[in-house]
Design a protein around this ligand. Structure first.
Ligand code: PMP
Length: 327
């Protein structure tokens, strides 16, 4: 494909849709974002209200569809990619799915470097979207995958690594999309926001959204949720079953002033909520969502009565069924 057609294709595929009410869509990427916000029908501490942004409603099934789309848009605008570029990215899965979804639509090849431990379902979805998977050993963690992706890119001419772990376009994605959506949903319903909770893997979701909310509302309490085995609260690093969150190094875009609390949640606590969300409310949420809800509950205990807390449910538990979380 020549550059002219590639540019025209790109503009068409990623066109943002403004009038969506009776819209007939022409590309799946137009459906990224504008996910539903739900007030969870549960009796939270101190009569507080917990709201969750249901990111499994994105076409690729996770919050990272937003990132895949934005990373490619940015790379295209900065002329870092062309019609023949191969996209290479280290990923725990969802960013890979988001990137493969966006890349496939404009005819770009994708190579995803994934530590073996991550869910089979996510890896099958990446393949279904046309991506090639390169495995790295689970013990080498995400750091091992980052190294391997860089090595591959050095060897492969005309390749591009978006590198979610230090690309400012990552938090920017959530500053530009997720947070303003939540803000407008609260404004439209005359609700006051008191707390924001999000998990950190790359840290992009939390950092981008927390920055936006602090600008609107300096008194908002922001909290990161991490699994036991992640290092943000100073605990020892060890494996955990909660997937998609947890860090092996401090995300470079994380600034102390944007983080009021860090909650460390056990696998057991997260899975308890995953089961309850499905059974009691019909919400198939992944384990990072379960952890986010556990942390929101803890934040509610610390905030004044009747506070409104918003959190993010990044994906669905359907992509983790093989891990037997419902057993
Ligand atoms: N939950 C899930 C299921 C994820 O895949 C991710 C991304 N790895 C996150 C949460 C965390 O998002 P972020 O990378 O923006 O911190």
């Amino acid at each position: 494909m020549n550059q002219f057609w590639f540019a025209s294709f790109f503009a068409l595929f990623f066109k943002t849709i403004k009038e969506e009410s009776l819209m007939i869509y022409t590309q799946i990427s137009q459906l990224v974002g504008k996910t539903p916000l739900i007030e969870l029908p549960l009796a939270a501490p101190k009569q507080s209200h917990i709201f969750a942004k249901l990111e499994m409603f994105n076409p690729g099934g996770s919050i990272k569809d937003r990132l895949g789309k934005y990373l490619l848009e940015q790379a295209f605008e900065k002329q870092l990619i062309n019609a023949e570029t191969t996209i290479i990215e280290p990923t725990a899965g969802n960013t890979g799915i988001g990137l493969a979804l966006a890349a496939g639509q404009v005819g770009l090849k994708t190579i995803l470097v994934v530590p073996e431990k991550f869910s089979q379902e996510k890896q099958l979805l990446m393949k279904a979207l046309g991506a090639q998977i390169v495995h790295t050993p689970s013990q080498a963690g995400i750091v091992g995958a980052i190294k391997r992706a860089q090595e591959l890119a050095e060897k492969l001419p005309n390749s591009y690594v978006p590198m979610q772990f230090d690309n400012p376009a990552n938090p920017e994605t959530y500053y530009q999309t997720l947070a303003p959506e939540i803000w407008q949903e609260f404004q439209a319903n005359h609700l006051k926001l008191a707390g924001f909770v999000a998990g950190a893997g790359s840290g992009g979701t939390f950092v981008g959204a927390a920055r936006y909310f602090k600008e609107q509302l300096p008194n908002i309490k922001t909290a990161i949720v991490e699994p036991e085995g992640s290092i943000l609260n100073g605990g020892p690093e060890h494996p955990h079953r909660i997937e998609g969150i947890g860090v092996e190094f401090i995300p470079p875009f994380l600034r102390r002033q944007e983080v009021d609390r860090i909650f460390t949640i056990s696998d057991q606590q997260a899975f308890k909520w995953v089961k309850s969300l499905a059974k009691d409310f019909g919400i198939f949420a992944g384990s990072s969502s379960g952890a986010a809800l556990a942390a929101s509950w803890q934040l509610a205990e610390e905030l004044p009565p009747q506070s409104n807390i918003v959190t993010v449910f990044p994906d669905s538990s359907e992509r983790y069924l093989s891990q037997q979380i419902y057993n």
